[in-house]
Ligand binder design. Sequence first.
Ligand SMILES: CSC[C@H]1O[C@H](OP(=O)(O)O)[C@H](O)[C@@H]1O
Length: 288
Amino acid sequence: MESFKNVILTVIGGVGYDALSTEEARVCEVQTSYGTVSVSVLCAGENSDIAFISRHQGKHHVPPHKINFLALIDAARQISTPVLSVNSVGLMRNVLLVENFEMNEKLKQKTVASPESFLDFPFFIPNDFIDLTKNRIDTFHNEETIHTDMTDPYCMDIRSLLSGVLKDKSVSYSEGTYLCTEGPRFETKAEIRMYAHFADVVGMTGVPEVSLAKEAGLCYASLCTITNPAAGLSQNMVTADEVKVGVEKNQKTVFEIIFALAAVLKNRKNNGGRKICQCQNATVHGKL
Ligand SMILES: CSC[C@H]1O[C@H](OP(=O)(O)O)[C@H](O)[C@@H]1O
């Protein structure tokens, strides 16, 4: 598509990321079989644009359980670049820091003492997910039987480039499992006690975005901002305001990471570098 010919990276942004649709952006309407999606295209350098899709589609703010994920991912498929999803999450357990540039070498792999202290290390890259949503359309394949491989739901290649960017910027981060609830309510204490046995962070919007991206053969990874300890892990209630504040606190760093990732992708494209993933083949052996 002409409007997207210089796009190097597509970003799907959640709460707090409408800011990427600034005045400098060119807004395009993408028609999909599932509805129209508004996409903002930003210049990130010479012949290097970033396409931004607002997950909640602007001011009206579509709630998590009503998001039209099929349309969003179909629009991304038409743009046809790697996708970085930006999500906010609650922390359920003390995940292992993969890289912590603020501690010395010996303490690098230490777990952090309390969920609240972990908010000082707010970046999380999911490498797997658990789907506890209840009421979402979660496949493009309703007419024919196609079973998509989900062994590595998040693209290994983009995850590896993304961690490289965080390391270059000395931004500490952790990795682990994302659990997706239906929302829009937050979780109960008992739910979090149960979920924390199986996953590290909880959100309402990561699934089926990731699995549809895999069905579409897209290279898709997510960068999560941990905004709050999950329900019952602190003395406080969980509030949408707290999530917004947490996102805003880390927004500048996330923007820097997005632009740096676009630059890395651009460099690799110019130098003929190769991907290391199988995302395009996820459905190849799944057809009955
Ligand atoms: C605003 S409170 C919870 C809300 O925030 C996260 O959304 P997003 O992925 O758009 O950052 C979470 O999943 C919930 O939808």
